[in-house]
Design a protein around this ligand. Sequence first.
Ligand code: ZN
Length: 414
Amino acid sequence: MKIGKYSMGIGDRFGLQGKYQLQAFEQALKAGVEVTPVWNKSNREHNIVHSVPGDVRTEADEAVSGRNWEKEYFVDADHINNSNVEKFIEFSDFFTLDVADFIGKPANDNDIADFLSAFGKYKGNLSIPGIERPFLIDDTILNDIAGKYLYAVKEAGAIYRNIEGRKGKGNFVAEVSMDEVNNPQTPIELFFIMGALAKEKVVFSTIAPKFTGRFNKGVDYVGDIKAFAKEFEEDILVIDYAIKEFQLEPGLKLSVHSGSDKFSLYPEIGRIIRKHDKGIHLKTAGTTWLEEVTGLALAGGDAFELAKGIYAKAFERRDDLCAPYASVIDIKPSNLPSPETVNSWSPEKFADSLRHVPGHPDFNPDLRQLIHVGYKIAAEYGDVYINAIKTHADLVGKQVYENIWERHMKRIFL
Ligand SMILES: [Zn+2]
């Protein structure tokens, strides 16, 4: 199974926006760019909102048949490992093998020796076409890479074989992810990681390294855009070289786990992939639910009360809600308006504070990040929340569609 050149991972916490999300992909197709939708949801997210993998499959299938989408689409078991993949097997055809937790664990001596003998031939000055300076490879570097990543690669192999045994060879797309760690992988580390994955017979279509800079949830990139662009371009060149050296999938591409909304990186990513004629998988999962809250606010009346209620509860419980996301959010408490202040706002003021339009005078990234991690609260509202979304489906869906099309796709693919 192969995935197209451009694909986008879309999440949907509550599973009601599939057809509105898909509308954005139709719009891209009309504009001449085929982007493959991949509905993704992690085990962690299922646990918080009490959904199951079958729900995502149903949502995707219904969206696709409802809108007559004739191109490919996938359902991604996002960030899984061997402890939780089982329940995704039947419903997913894309699996994100998350081996971040295994980075740095010591591999066994035989595996390290195998690694060193397989890749010893790259010692000396390794030139990768397109990258100006050669990389100096010696035993220290190879040992270092084996020490950091070999155990994780072995684990990726174990997860992969488990899935392959159940789904059958060639019946799914695999991604290897190492993004949920503190330190970025360098392009040369990525090269040897891919070599080791090939040696482990993992057939993967996308790979998600950790990039330089901060990828906070739901807001723009924080870091040096030029440094990111350089690293991203080197990663692409390294992948190109690795495809040839290790006989990897010809369409192998980078996956950017963006934490959503890395608007300032999109033009760079778009420019670089077009320059090298490469594909991309962009996961921008989380913000659909924020569009739901925006839509509820704009609907006014009880729906707006609900949106304000979600904010008030998130504000009260901000310490608890933020704790699990500490490494991927940066909220300045002093920038959070009090619930009393928010209660005095108009629907437009609320929507403009939440909606991610950098430069808009009312946009408040702190409020946005807090609501972003507050989806647990909407889950606790249960049917009250779900019914409000259904009652205002068109208005909410319009926000969802516009967000993906206007603010994401246009910036990266056109
Ligand atoms: Zn990720």
